[in-house]
Design a protein around this ligand. Structure first.
Ligand SMILES: [Zn+2]
Length: 152
């Protein structure tokens, strides 16, 4: 006895499911697409309805007019470099933020001992002397000259 299900075709993606007459269970075309793309990009055999070699994957992609998705995936696969750049940019941003925070803290210390505004006793903060400003005791910071500070 044949049930309706027996004549329903298997979904091409290889999931083992049956379609209602089409090639795919809804949404599984995307699944096959990514399986095929993986096969080509990683040059590996993949399992769909049958085992496909990278070349066969490419053929199916071409047959289905999916090569533009392959191109896009290739593009994404070549992107780690860009992402690394973005990540390092992010790192730079956080370093800049740390530096800004330290600068601000050092400025607060100088303000607290009146060496931030006062013209004659003003200490100028530089990237180099921030660490010293943050480390010195108030006493030392009150007495230190710009030259001494910059040499620390
Ligand atoms: Zn499927």
């Amino acid at each position: 006895m044949t049930s309706a299900e027996d004549v329903m075709p298997f979904c091409i993606c290889g999931c083992g499911g049956k379609t209602k007459g089409g090639s795919f269970i809804p949404g599984h075309d995307a699944k096959l697409k990514s399986i095929l793309i993986k096969g080509v990009l990683e040059q590996t055999k993949v399992e769909a309805l049958e085992t496909l070699t990278p070349d066969e994957c490419l053929v199916v992609l071409e047959e289905r007019g999916w090569t533009k998705f392959l191109d896009k995936a290739r593009d994404v696969a070549s992107r780690p470099k860009k992402e690394r750049r973005a990540a390092s940019k992010e790192k730079n941003t956080s370093e800049a933020w740390d530096e800004y925070t330290r600068f601000k803290q050092a400025g607060e210390r100088l303000k607290a001992i009146d060496r931030y505004y006062m013209k004659d006793t003003k200490l100028t903060l530089t990237k180099k002397n921030i660490g010293a400003v943050l480390d010195l005791s108030d006493e030392a910071l009150k007495k230190i000259t710009q030259e001494e500070l910059d040499e620390l």
